[in-house]
Design a protein around this ligand. Structure first.
Ligand code: HEC
Length: 124
């Protein structure tokens, strides 16, 4: 009985620590769908979208050298910064966060996918 409990506890702990690493891994895999337009390295400007390096707490529309839509420039001037809630909402419906911006809504992502992507982009 004692042994049984110890095994269960060990499994629970393994599950607990594994979950977040799995989430990051899943976010990284999902990000492959964004890579045609977004880099994760600083200063990559020759792409359709801005680099998403260091997104946590970054001002909206602030990747150096990227030519943003007027909608994004307006958000930057208002001082809006990225966090998990804004990122998940943006990936569900970009227009609801940045009305008139240029990015199309990503296709085929569920709520859990958006959460994994947000975790990956903000905490990797
Ligand atoms: C077809 C190209 C394209 C794809 C694919 C794409 N994006 Fe974008 N993304 C853009 C463009 C263009 C902008 C800038 C929009 C503007 O200036 O209005 C942008 C902006 C963003 C921003 C705001 C960055 C900042 O500097 O404030 C985030 C965050 C973002 N995209 C995340 C994603 C994620 C996550 C995915 C994948 C699920 C994705 N995008 C897929 C083109 C794309």
């Amino acid at each position: 009985m004692r042994l049984g409990l110890a095994v269960l506890t060990a499994l629970a702990l393994a599950g607990g620590t594994g979950a977040s690493a799995d989430e990051l891994k899943r976010g990284e895999l999902l990000f492959q769908g964004c890579r045609s337009c977004h880099a994760l390295e600083p200063g990559r400007v020759a792409m359709a979208g801005p680099t998403l390096d260091g997104l946590a707490g970054r001002l909206f529309g602030a990747a150096a050298g990227f030519d943003y839509s007027p909608a994004f420039n307006a958000m930057r001037e208002k001082g809006l910064r990225w966090d998990a809630e804004r990122l998940k909402a943006y990936l569900r419906d970009p227009d609801s966060v940045v009305p008139g911006g240029w990015m199309s809504p990503p296709v085929g992502l569920g709520e859990a996918d958006r959460a994994a992507l947000a975790e990956f982009l903000l905490e990797r």
